[in-house]
Design a protein around this ligand. Sequence first.
Ligand code: COA
Length: 394
Amino acid sequence: MDDSKKPEVHKGLVGVYVDDSKVSKIVQETNSLTYRGYAVQDLAANCKFEEVAFLMWNGELPTKQELADFEKKERSLRKIDDSLVDVLKKLRPDAHPMDVLRTAISFIGAQDPKWSDESKGANLDKSINMMAKLPTIVAAWSRIREGKEPIPPRDDLSYSENFFNMTAGKVPEPAIISAFDKTMILYAEHSFNVSTFTARTITSSLSDIYSAVTGAIGSLKGRLHGGANEAVLDVINEIGEPEKAKAWLDDALAKKKTIMGFGHRVYKNGDSRVPTLKGAFNEVSKLRGGEKIGQIMDILEEGMLEKKNIKPNVDFPTAGLYHLMGIEKDLYTPLFVMARITGWTAHVMEQLEGNKLIRPLCTYSGEPQRPVVPMDQRGTKATPAIKPAAPKAP
Ligand code: COA
């Protein structure tokens, strides 16, 4: 085919609409984000995370009674099986917590005799079950890897309070819980991002919801997606002092480095979630002495705007927030999973309601068609070998 006849390739699916959704809407022009029609900043200001989870799955905010029933159910499902705790104890203590979560969800799926029931009711139950158990798994792992026993979940605490209690053994000040809850709400859903699209793609072959979530966790782990929040803290730590921030940024940009926590495929003029998170950061900063980190972040933000006209995304303030809350860096992306489980599973159910196998096309630029030469006629020219990886320094 001559090049003029080649179909146009949309690398990275940039600008391609692949389906319709009722779960959330990003309006690029106004940098706004709505879940089921509600602006995220409104939800963050007025709701707790459990209300937003209910909204995600049911399309409406709960009444008082519906919320009470929902919370009762979620709280009753928090405990994890001893068999899962045993699996966690068998993993390497330095395994990445995202790999641990991926393994845990896969394990829960393999243990569920109803894994293949794809009715809406069954998938709703599985979704609440995964939501309820994820904080228990994250917290259990944070302790098991340090040789400590997990702290069991409590059913008298909210989703966010219970998470802190299971990791640190105590519930922090209400302002910390409120800020954490806001991060959960703002991480809950974001349309056809790569992990959600992964979940929908897996679902489109009529695979089960656990497989979709397991794949989504693998996708979220990447540095260009959820893993960016961890990478942001690396930058803050590398800079160390506010006086060094400007020079660090100038040098990084001169070397054409990607600055983690900045830029977005969809938002080109600022991420709608950032203002709420900055407000939360300021509140937590007052309690936990975050002045220095705040200054470093401000300098990076001003510099990126001035030099590249690129604004921060959700992962930028969140990394600072989680750090001030005393959460270990490699748990930041797992926290994202604790929230995004609601959006992923809402999309899985929506995909099933109007499923069409996701199967795009690609152009081809490999070898032209050629005959297979029998082994005894292939001569002696060896195929270039792939070099084995160099051994890692201990
Ligand atoms: N730091 C420096 N430059 C950046 C940048 C960043 N964080 N994000 C985008 N740019 C620049 C690119 O270098 C490119 O410049 P060029 O046109 O001169 O080559 C331009 O902006 C367009 O970027 P591109 O990577 O093509 O946009 P994209 O839509 O493919 O990428 C991201 C979006 C999110 C992958 C990208 O902004 C990024 O890598 N950000 C850092 C990782 C991150 O924070 N991810 C979390 C997203 S919520």
